[in-house]
Structures are given as C-alpha cells and as structure tokens.
Design a protein around this ligand. Structure first.
Ligand code: PLP
Length: 424
C-alpha cells in the first residue's frame, strides 16, 4: 500500500487511494469487525470445563466457544433428539437449559407478540388454558403468573378426557391452549393413546390460534421393557390441517445434568420462525459448548438409549420398593390407590377424599417432607383433597423404604380417623 506525501496533488492522492482499494479487494479477505467478540487467544486463556482433547468445534466447524451461528443449536445434538421428540431436525431448536423456560417464553411471546394464525396479542384478550389434572405444578404456576385462567380437565388412563376437551374448546374462543405431558405424565405416569393425540390434533377449536403445549419431558425415561411410544403430535396436527397447533418441548434435565442440560423446542416452520423472530432479540445464541459436550457424551440415539438404561437400572428398584411397600401396607384397605408407572419420575397416590392434606401434614410432622397436597391441581386446589405426588428418584433405597413405610402409616392414620369420624 502506498504512503501519502504532502507534495502530491488531490488528484494523484485519489488515484493512489483507488489503486490501494483495488489491491485491497484483490486480496479476497474475509474479516469481520461488526461484533465485539472475544478473540480466539482470549478463549484459549480460559481453562473452564474443557472438552476431551480441547475439542471445541461443532461438526460443521463452528467454534462453540464464541458467539455466532447456529442460533438453532448444534445440528448433531438436534439430530439425536429429533426422532425422540418426533420433530424433524430442521424444525427442532436446541436452546437454553430448561424446557420450562421455553414454555414460559412461548407464553410471553404469545402474550406480547402475535402467533401465526392469531387475530391479536393474547395480552389484549381474556385467555384460558386447559389443565389436565392431576398435572405439573410449574405449568400451573406459569399460567398463574400471567393471569391465564386454568380450566381443569380430568385425566383418564389414555390422556385427558377428550369428550370434555372437545366440548370446551369448540365453544369458548378464550381457550387458547392445553398443557400435555404425553408420556409418563407428571404425576400419574399416564401415556396418551394415539387416539387422544389424533383427537387433540383434529378437534375443532373456537380459537384460531389454539396451541397444544406438548411437554415430552419424559420421552426416554422408561422403567420397563415396554418403551412406550406416543404419536408424533406435529405430524398429527399437520395431517389434520392444523400444522401450527403444537409446540413440542423436551430437555436433558433428567437425562444428563438438571440445571446444566439442554432444552428443545420443536414446532411447525411458521411457529419456529415466529419463535426465532422474538427469541433472537432476547439472546445472541445458546450455550453451544454445553451442547457440544452433550453431543459428545450421548453420541447418537443408541448412546442416549444406553445411557437411559443405566438410569433405569438405578431408578427401577426405587419405584419397585415404594410400590411393594404400598401394596404390603395398603392393598385391600380401601384407603388408597396409586399409579404403577412404566416410566417418568412419579407415583400418584390417591387417598380417601379429604385426607391428602392431613397425610402430608402428618408426614411432615414425622419428619418426612412430601410435595404439598394440592400441588397437582391449578391454584394449589385439589377439590377432592385426595392426590399426593410421590417422587422416589432421589433417596437411597434404605431411606426410601423408611419413607414409603412412614407414608403408609400416615395414610392409614388419616384414613381411619376419617372413617371413624363418619361413623360417629
Ligand atoms: N416438564 C415436566 C412435566 C416436568 O416434570 C419437569 C420437571 O420436573 C419439567 C418440565 C422441567 O424441565 P426442565 O428442567 O427442562 O425445565
């Protein structure tokens, strides 16, 4: 490049500048000064949680230590979870560390933005969601947070009671969505039948922007040889002429590390574009290094399945222990029934009407902490005061045995007290 001299005329300086510019273009550079990104040397100086062999590049060569694409998350990880969640990898995003966060944000964006097919923002309307009960308390808490009314719908062994669901959504345009945990539901371990999925996908809704929040949190969390499959809701909705009806959620929270996992959102191309147009303002991109770690660790769908079989070997004896003690202590007593899940994380214990709070109180006083009664229902209110959620995954076997026995003692005490009061 030429250096300028004071004796040169303005015309010759311009000529020089043009020559320099032509030479510069001829170098075919590809440099980027648009973003304040840390340099590779800065990144090399960070010894934080290194990957094996200092590996930091995704399959497509992306430097996962830095800002930059792919905003939809690493393809190799999406490829592992696409068949599990029944979402084409192109329509599956790997973002954030918590699926609950994605459900929350979907609602926020639907409240403040306009969903594909919607006539306006949900924030400007009275809106309600159907809440199959018993259900997951954090779904209900998100609705409460945004003053979204919840309408309880009873669960059946094949999913929510679809006659009631169809009737409600047909007549009330304020009903904008339904919470679904299609596999090994929280807390009763119900798996939706294909017929339930088909009816959800096909039903006539008064709201043009109705959405199914399909939270497949326990997609690979099998406890038996029967690895229950559920229908792909996106395909079912598309086949029924409602391609934008479902949002699918999942995460590795209970596969790898809770709080340090990866969450997934899958939907129709229009919904995915809508999501990205909003979410792209909120974050520059997901934690690709964590995604890379996950892709390395799980490798492929067979690696994921093998890993979940190791979980099953740990968890199955715990569920068996609780179920055995419940059977020994409560079977035939008429005081309780309980679910016998084929997967997931919970057992739903149903005690005599009006006794759940008392059982939990008795247990707490005896030093056994249980999920508060009512948590399985919207607004913390179980009208029958009957359901208690039992989560056997964390305690060691010996401790679990003590807990299960203690719970059955409380169930017997509360139940027999109630029966005695009725006789008097
Ligand atoms: N969905 C269901 C049904 C759950 O039971 C849980 C956790 O218990 C979650 C979502 C939370 O998932 P995440 O950790 O991905 O937010």
């Amino acid at each position: 490049m030429t250096t300028t001299s004071h004796t040169e005329t303005p015309g010759s300086r311009l000529e020089e500048a043009r020559r320099d510019y032509t030479a510069l273009r001829g170098q075919g550079l590809s440099l980027d000064l648009t973003r304040g990104k840390p340099s590779p040397a800065q990144l090399d100086a960070v010894g934080l949680l290194p990957l094996p062999d200092g590996h930091y590049r995704a399959a497509d060569g992306t430097d996962c230590r830095n800002y930059g694409p792919p905003g939809e998350g690493l393809r190799e990880l999406r490829d592992i979870f696409a068949p599990v969640l029944h979402v084409p990898a192109e329509q599956l995003l790997a973002v954030g560390n918590s699926s609950l966060e994605l459900m929350h944000d979907c609602l926020v964006h639907a409240l403040l933005g306009t969903l594909p097919g919607a006539e306006g923002r949900w924030a400007d309307q009275r809106i309600a969601f159907l809440a199959p009960v018993p259900g997951y308390d954090r779904h209900f808490a998100v609705c409460e947070r945004f003053s979204i009314d919840m309408i309880p719908v009873p669960m059946t062994p094949t999913g929510p009671d679809m006659d009631i669901v169809e009737e409600l959504v047909r007549s009330d345009p304020a009903i904008k969505g339904i919470w679904c945990v299609p596999r090994y539901s929280n807390p009763d371990g119900v798996c939706y039948s294909d017929e339930t999925a088909r009816r959800l996908a096909a039903m006539e809704t008064a709201a043009p922007d109705f959405r199914i929040f399909w939270d497949d949190a326990y997609a690979v969390h099998h406890l038996t040889d029967e690895e229950v499959e559920v229908a792909g809701i996106l395909a079912a909705c598309a086949a029924a002429g409602h391609p934008d009806r479902a949002f699918v959620f999942g995460s590795t929270s209970k596969i790898t590390l809770a709080g340090s996992g990866v969450a997934f959102l899958g939907s129709s191309p229009a919904n995915v574009a809508w999501w990205r147009s909003h979410a792209g303002r909120r974050t520059i991109g997901p934690d690709k290094l964590n995604q890379l770690r996950h892709a390395h660790f799980l490798r492929d769908i067979d690696g994921l399945r093998a890993h979940m079989r190791r979980h099953r070997a740990i968890l199955r004896p715990k569920f068996d222990t609780v179920l055995r003690i419940f059977a020994e202590q409560l079977e035939g007593s008429g005081l309780a029934t309980w679910s016998k899940p084929k997967g997931g994380y919970f057992i739903a214990l149903s005690v005599l009407e009006g006794c759940a709070r008392e059982v939990v109180r008795l247990a707490n006083e005896a030093g056994i902490a249980l999920t508060p009664a009512g948590a399985t229902h919207p607004y913390g209110c179980d009208p029958q005061d009957s359901v208690i959620r039992i989560g056997p995954t964390y305690p060691e076997l010996e401790e679990l045995e003590q807990i299960a026995r203690g719970v059955t003692v409380c169930v017997r005490l509360a139940g027999y007290e109630k029966l005695a009061a009725q006789q008097n």
